[in-house]
Write a protein that binds this ligand. Structure first.
Ligand code: PMP
Length: 449
C-alpha cells in the first residue's frame, strides 16, 4: 500500500476522536511505521524524535528486545488465562507481588485492568462497595480536581475535570464533584505555594461540608496533573490533602497513570511527598505501552472492608475478560526489571535534571509564559502576551501551528489546545538525545514566533 492510499483509507475507515485539529492539514494522519529508542519513523520516511513517549507511556523507549522476547515466550507458553473464578497465571501473580514491593507502603493488593480508565472505574466500584460493606452506604459522593484527567469511560470522564470530556455526554454524574486545580500560574490566590495549598485545603473542606462528610467517599488527585497541562502542585500539597482526607474520613485515591514508574523521578509521584494513598491507579508505564494493562492497588484498610475472608476474594460483580492478561503481565515484569536492575529509573532521574535546566533556559523566550517541570514530565505554557498572560486568539490555531512546526523540526510533543506544549520523553533517553530534544524544541518555538 502506498503512503497516500493508507492515509486515504485511514480517513475512510478509522475513527479518530479528539482530533480537534488536523496536525498536518492536507496530509491527514501521520502514519507511524517503526520505533527505535527515542525515534519514530512515519510512512513518508520522516524520522521524528518522540518527546512524548507515545502518549506519556513508552517510558523505556522503543525497540526493547527483552520485552519482545518476554511477550513472545509467554504467548507460546500460555497466551491467555482468565482472572475470573478460581484461575490465575504466574506472570500476573508475580507482577502483583512486584507492584506491592515497589509501591508506597501499605498498597499490597492489586487488581489488574486493561488501562487507566478502567482502573479508575474499578477503584470507584471498590470504594462504593467498601462503604456499603462497612455500613456507611451514604458515602457515595466523590470529589476530583478541575483540570484533572481520570479517563474516557463514562465514569472516568465524569471525574475528569476537563469540560471537553463532558460536552455531549451527560457527565459529570450527580455524585461527581470538582474543586479548583492547584494551578500557580493562573491561581486566584497568587503563586505563593502556601497560599495555593491553603486554598485547595479550604476548597476541599468547603465541598465536603456542602455535601456532608457522611456522604463523601473519596478525593481523587494526580500527583501532577498531566492532561490538564502538566500542572505541578507546590511541594507539600499532596501531604496536606492526605492529612485533610484523614481528618474528614474520606479515602484518598492517587491517580498515577502518568506519574507512575519514574516519570517524575522516583518510582511513583506520591513518593515526593512521602504519601501513601488508600488506593492508587496505574497504567501506561506499567507496561511502557508494549501491551495494554492498568491496575488498582489498595491498602489493607480498604481491602479488609471489602474482602470476603483472607483469600483475595471480593464478593462483587466486577471483572474484565483480560484482567491480569499473562502476556501483558509478562511484559510488565520485564519492564519493571528494566526500570530497576536495568537502570532506567536512575537514568531518568539524571536526565530529568538536564530537561529542567534546558527548559529553564527557554523561560525568557518571547512565547513562554510558564515553565512547569518535574523529572521527565514538563510543560511550556505559551502566551500571546507575557505580561498579561493573555492566551492566543483562536487556541486551536496555535496548537495546530505548534504541532506542524514540531513535525517539520523532527520532534513530537503534545500541543494542548490552549497553546501549552507537553513533554514526557522516554526516561531511557540518553544525554545526546536530550540535547537534540532541547534544540528541536527551541527551533520549533522560533518557527511559530
Ligand atoms: N488517569 C490519568 C491520570 C491519565 O493520564 C489517563 C490517560 N491519559 C487515564 C487515567 C486513562 O487511561 P487510559 O487512556 O489508559 O484509559
Amino acid at each position: 500500500m502506498t503512503a497516500n492510499s493508507l492515509v486515504e483509507s485511514d480517513r475512510t475507515h478509522l475513527i479518530h476522536p479528539v482530533t480537534a485539529f488536523r496536525t498536518h492539514e492536507k496530509r491527514g494522519a501521520t502514519v507511524l511505521t517503526e520505533g527505535k529508542g527515542m525515534y519514530l519513523s512515519d510512512i513518508e520516511g520522516n524520522r521524528l524524535l518522540d518527546a512524548f513517549a507515545g502518549l506519556w507511556c513508552v517510558n523505556v523507549g522503543y525497540g526493547q528486545e527483552s520485552i519482545v522476547e518476554a511477550a513472545a515466550e509467554q504467548m507460546r507458553r500460555l497466551p491467555y488465562a482468565t482472572g475470573y473464578f478460581h484461575y490465575a497465571n504466574e506472570p500476573a501473580i508475580r507482577l502483583a507481588e512486584r507492584l506491592a514491593e515497589l509501591s508506597p507502603p501499605g498498597l499490597d493488593r492489586v487488581y489488574f485492568t486493561l488501562g487507566g480508565s478502567d482502573a479508575v472505574d474499578s477503584a470507584i466500584r471498590f470504594i462504593v462497595h467498601y462503604f456499603n460493606a462497612t455500613g456507611r452506604p451514604a458515602k457515595k459522593q466523590m470529589i476530583a480536581l478541575d483540570k484533572g484527567y481520570h479517563g474516557s469511560s463514562t465514569t472516568g470522564a465524569g471525574l475528569t475535570g476537563l469540560p471537553a470530556f463532558h460536552r455531549q455526554f451527560d457527565v459529570p454524574h450527580a455524585w461527581q464533584h470538582h474543586i479548583p486545580a492547584p494551578y500557580a500560574y493562573r491561581s486566584p490566590v497568587g503563586s505563593d505555594p502556601q497560599a495555593i495549598i491553603d486554598h485547595s485545603v479550604a476548597q476541599l473542606r468547603a465541598k465536603v461540608e456542602e455535601l456532608g462528610a457522611g456522604n463523601v467517599a473519596a478525593f481523587f488527585a494526580e500527583p501532577v496533573q498531566g492532561s490538564g497541562g502538566v500542572i505541578v502542585p507546590p511541594k507539600g500539597w499532596l501531604k496536606a490533602m492526605r492529612a485533610l482526607c484523614d481528618e474528614l474520613d474520606i479515602l484518598l485515591v492517587v491517580d498515577e497513570v502518568i506519574t507512575g514508574f519514574g516519570r517524575t523521578g522516583p518510582m511513583f509521584g506520591c513518593e515526593h511527598e512521602g504519601v501513601s494513598p488508600d488506593l492508587m491507579t496505574v497504567a501506561k508505564g506499567l507496561t511502557s505501552g508494549y501491551a495494554p494493562m492498568g491496575a488498582v492497588l489498595m491498602n489493607d484498610k480498604v481491602y479488609a472492608g471489602i474482602a470476603d475472608g483472607p483469600d483475595n476474594h471480593l464478593p462483587i460483580g466486577h471483572g474484565f475478560t483480560y484482567s491480569g492478561h499473562p502476556v501483558s503481565a509478562a511484559v510488565g515484569l520485564e519492564v519493571m526489571r528494566l526500570y530497576t536492575e536495568g537502570g532506567i529509573l536512575g537514568n531518568g532521574q539524571v536526565r530529568g535534571v538536564r530537561l529542567g535546566e534546558g527548559l529553564a533556559a527557554l523561560a525568557d523566550h518571547p512565547l513562554v509564559g510558564d515553565v512547569r517541570h518535574t523529572g521527565m514530565l514538563a510543560a511550556l505554557e505559551l502566551v500571546a502576551d507575557k505580561r498579561t498572560k493573555a492566551r492566543f486568539d483562536g487556541a486551536l490555531d496555535i496548537s495546530n501551528r505548534l504541532a506542524t512546526a514540531g513535525y517539520r523540526n523532527g520532534i513530537i510533543f503534545r500541543a494542548f489546545a490552549d497553546g501549552t506544549i507537553g513533554l514526557a520523553p522516554a526516561i531511557s533517553c540518553d544525554a545526546d538525545d536530550m540535547e537534540v530534544l532541547l534544540a528541536r524544541l527551541r527551533a520549533t518555538l522560533d518557527a511559530v514566533l
